[in-house]
Design a protein around this ligand. Structure first.
Ligand SMILES: Cc1cc2nc3c(=O)[nH]c(=O)nc-3n(C[C@H](O)[C@H](O)[C@H](O)COP(=O)(O)OP(=O)(O)OC[C@H]3O[C@@H](n4cnc5c(N)ncnc54)[C@H](O)[C@@H]3O)c2cc1C
Length: 421
């Protein structure tokens, strides 16, 4: 969208709004965005500001509702067009509409651009209403010849002018302004996640080129401990610090210069899951957030607050589940294997409303992505895109298979954290 704006004019005023609604408490009494992701977000915006400054531009930073802040800035600057990314889910779409209405009154257009996926929405070989309900069918249709668009070129300094305007730039918020506490880094974290494009590219360089881990990704991706078993790109992808097309191009380069094998294919296969859940959200709208899910299947689930708290805090008494839930609580991250197990345990063993689990993930995950989170929860809860009826993760046999020596479970259950709550 920045590229599109620069095609029209060199005078662009980049803006980022920290929307207070994103940090407010949910009905379950925890913040919608918890400390881990908030910190990552602040770091990402700081990195973006620096990159823009290097190009001679800058970034306006505000805390407030975009549909109020942006029309105000438009009024003060006389901007003719507002460019933003096109979002997929209800809360964001409502903001887009409110913003558009406000801008319209001032004679200003809102131009929205589809971003974030590897395959562009407009290039799908079917209308979104005909999106296959089974991932494999979707993947096969896509792989039959849908093209991935090229990346946009990075802007250069001579293309951008930050208008000479009398308007405060605004500062990055500190955590307490968002109503959150700083967390101390837990030394057992898989990675020291730091937000921003710079860090995202450093991580890719390390994972692909320095440690050469991509060649074995398919065999290691179900791991539980440490930085190396999977890419850990998710947090940067979720905020748009790195694009799936950049990763795709790097995989292609790796295949040409190092090796092309099942693992290099599998990373793209997983990125395609990410696309798939975004398209599923577009197809099904609000059903994604309702207990009956996109399949509209009624379930008898409890709303047992005590049991939910035990699950959330890693105190169910089931070691493998508790280890995973503590990793999430203390670090904001959990492996894919862990997520599948704890989600299944909440719904299929404890029979607790899966919407609560998905909300806790939303609060806690550093890589929270609205479509991937709620899409995966639909899937595991048995109301989503899983073609298998009644899929169940037996946490005891899963622990034996994926943590045979108990290294992971011991790591999280032996000691406590210095987390400040
Ligand atoms: C209940 C549940 C909730 C989840 N919530 C989220 C979420 O909020 N945000 C999120 O990014 N992922 C979510 N996932 C998917 C997956 O667990 C994470 O993407 C993955 O663990 C991130 O680690 P990684 O980057 O090292 O993944 P890698 O294994 O290195 O995979 C590369 C990339 O592929 C994508 N990907 C991999 N698996 C999936 C998947 N199952 N669904 C969608 N995309 C995938 C991610 O973008 C990931 O970064 C969830 C999975 C489950 C079961």
């Amino acid at each position: 969208m920045f590229f599109r704006a620069l095609q029209k004019t060199s005078f662009v005023i980049p803006i980022y709004c920290f929307d207070p609604r994103q940090f407010a408490n949910t009905d379950l009494d925890f913040p919608k965005t918890g400390s881990f992701r908030a910190k990552f977000l602040i770091e990402s915006v700081a990195d973006l500001k620096q990159s823009l400054q290097k190009l001679g531009s800058n970034l306006l930073i505000r805390i407030g509702k975009p549909e109020e802040i942006i029309p105000e800035i438009q009024k003060n600057t006389g901007a003719k067009i507002v460019y933003a990314s096109k979002e997929t889910t209800a809360e964001e779409i409502k903001i887009e509409q409110d913003l558009e209405n406000q801008l319209f009154k001032a004679g200003c257009n809102l131009n929205l651009y589809w971003q974030s996926t590897l395959y562009h929405l407009d290039d799908l070989p079917f209308p979104i209403k005909m999106l296959p309900d089974i991932y494999t069918d979707f993947r096969k249709e896509i792989e039959r010849g849908t093209k991935i668009r090229s990346q946009f070129p990075c802007p250069v300094a001579s293309q951008i002018y930050f208008p000479n305007i009398e308007i405060a730039l605004g500062n990055l918020p500190i955590m307490s302004e968002l109503g959150l506490k700083e967390q101390i880094q837990d030394e057992r974290s898989v990675l020291t996640f730091k937000g921003g494009e710079t860090e995202a590219k450093t991580r890719l360089k390390e994972y692909f080129w320095e440690k050469d881990l991509l060649r074995n990704y398919k065999n290691t991706r179900n791991g539980l401990v440490g930085a190396d078993y999977s890419s850990k790109f998710s947090a940067w992808l979720a905020l748009g610090c790195i694009s799936p097309r950049y990763i795709y191009d790097q995989v292609k380069k790796y295949e040409q210069t190092r090796v092309k094998n099942d693992s290099t294919y599998w990373l793209i296969f997983e990125l395609l899951w990410r696309d798939y859940f975004r398209f599923v959200a577009k197809k099904y709208g609000n059903a994604l957030f309702q207990q009956e899910g996109i399949r509209r299947q009624k379930q008898l689930l409890k709303e047992d607050k005590k049991m939910f708290e035990r699950w959330k805090n890693g105190q169910t008494g089931q070691a493998f589940i508790d280890a995973n839930m503590r990793e999430l609580l203390y670090t904001g991250f959990m492996s894919n294997r862990g997520r599948q197990n704890v989600a299944s345990y909440l719904v299929k063993d404890l029979k607790i409303n899966w919407l609560w689990g998905a909300s806790w993930f939303e609060s806690q995950l550093i890589d929270y992505d609205v479509c991937s989170n709620w899409g995966n929860w639909n899937y595991i809860a048995g109301v989503g895109n899983d073609p298998r009826e009644n899929r169940y993760f037996n946490s005891l046999s899963q622990a034996q298979k994926y943590d045979p020596k108990g290294a992971y479970t011991n790591l999280w259950l032996k000691t406590t954290s210095n987390l400040s709550y």
